[in-house]
Design a protein around this ligand. Sequence first.
Ligand code: ATP
Length: 146
Amino acid sequence: KSLDLVALCQSIIKQLKSAYKREIDLHFAAPSIKVIADELKLKQAIIILIDNAIKYSTDKIDVYLNVNELNTVIKVKDSGIGIPDYEIKNIFERFYRVDKARSRETGGTGLGLAIAKNIMKQHHGEIKISSTEGVGTEAELFLPKS
Ligand code: ATP
């Protein structure tokens, strides 16, 4: 089903901003960006990324919507605790959480990214995370253009 990613992200961010009292800014390359996707599933994947940014940072969060030759890209950027290099390969595993001591206080099951990865697979897309410990994290969802 074709849907407008800008409108979808605006509504997700509005909800999360008021629930968590956090600053979340949306940046989009065009006023309307159409994608073919399962709306509820895509919404769930986006919420997982923003929810992580909320849990593992305290400052402003930025969400970017871009389109390139091959993909529509949704990027969630935070300036939080980040993820150590050697942990990046593990974070998509079910129930995996980085350093139990630091993640205990934030709650969570360690399922979020495994679910998001699965949702992107169902859409023939991809999820990528790059992070610098102590600096922040960028999580990207790639949706192939049909
Ligand atoms: P939940 O299942 O409720 O989302 P979770 O956040 O622990 O719980 P995942 O979303 O799968 O689970 O994330 C796995 C781990 O990756 C987290 O426990 C956390 O250590 C790390 N992580 C994910 N996103 C970020 C982020 N934006 N900044 C820092 N660490 C992160």
